[in-house]
Write a protein that binds this ligand. Structure first.
Ligand SMILES: [Fe+2]
Length: 297
């Protein structure tokens, strides 16, 4: 029993139009055919990879983790319940709204909401980027990754390993002050069964929106460069300049979304062979670039 990868991300907003402008006009995602008034943003031939829903605040709602079969899904739910985790199975309408056969909702020990699902309901509509993005790297690698706040870092990492089948990819400790008395910032990078370097990362810091960042990978470095040009031209805050991450090799930048969290737009991420992978401990987040700038007040 193990999660295949990140299937989708759900986000709540008071302003669907702001998300449409950002997702479609700037990032180059394709609007999907929503069945319930939510905004569906596509990066491939799935009905959506980002599901933006009307809510009373800007907030991350859930990461949708995909399982390969009903048997895997049921085994996962049984393991969660045995561990004392509250799990709610979705109604038929809720499952339909996720384009899945079965969906269940729960929270990790840090209170991060997640959903497990099985069964892909697909229309096979081809992906055509309205901004000419040559494509997003998805398929068996899933939608991308999410980075969640986890003040109980070790406990929550153990939860994902033991109950959802994730494996360790990398542990990062970053010095955030020249003062040795200031603790390092700690991150854990975890992989699902797919070959994306990490589908999930945990960082020991709070995130008011509920999400630190989510990542989409584009097929070509020129797609990333043009996306950066569109973000700058449209006036979005660039949270980090272009750079290449040390651990997953992702070359990209970070832009502030309307949701109060960042979107990492990258390319060239590593796809390790887990049968031979040795988890690393990285001491720096990037080998070049990634100059961070705080969001405007
Ligand atoms: Fe990332």
């Amino acid at each position: 029993m193990a999660v295949l990868g990140l299937g989708y991300v759900r986000v709540g907003t008071r302003d669907l139009e702001a998300w449409r402008r950002f997702g479609v006009d700037v990032v180059g995602m394709m609007p999907g055919t929503s069945s319930d008034g939510s905004l569906w943003l596509r990066t491939d031939d799935r009905p959506f990879r980002f599901r933006i829903e009307l809510a009373d605040s800007e907030r991350f709602l859930a990461a949708g983790w995909e399982l390969a079969s009903e048997a895997e899904y049921q085994a996962c739910l049984a393991g969660l319940r045995t561990a004392g985790v509250a799990v709610r199975e979705a109604t038929a309408d809720e499952a339909r709204s996720r384009c899945a056969n079965g969906v269940a909702m729960a929270q990790d020990p840090d209170g991060n909401p997640f959903e497990l699902y099985w069964g892909r309901v697909r229309g096979y509509d081809p992906f055509i980027s309205p901004q000419g993005v040559s494509g997003f790297v998805t398929g068996d690698l899933g939608a991308g990754h999410v980075v969640l706040p986890a003040l109980q870092l070790e406990h929550t990492a153990t939860f994902y390993r033991d109950l959802l089948g994730f494996g360790d990819t990398d542990e990062m400790r970053i010095a955030i002050s020249p003062d040795p008395a200031v603790p390092e910032l700690q991150l854990r990078f975890l992989h699902a069964t797919c070959r994306r370097h990490h589908s999930l990362a945990l960082i020991a810091m709070p995130a008011p929106s509920g999400l630190v960042h989510t990542m989409v990978e584009m097929k070509d470095v020129d797609d990333v460069g043009r996306a950066l040009d569109r973000c700058v031209a449209a006036g979005y805050h660039i949270s980090s300049s272009l750079g290449r991450h040390s651990n997953d090799g992702m070359l990209g930048f970070y832009v502030a979304t309307p949701g109060g969290f960042d979107l990492e737009i990258g390319c060239m991420g590593l796809t390790p062979d887990w049968s031979t992978w040795v988890p690393t401990r990285s001491l720096v987040p990037s080998i070049w670039g990634h100059k961070w700038s705080p969001p405007p007040a």
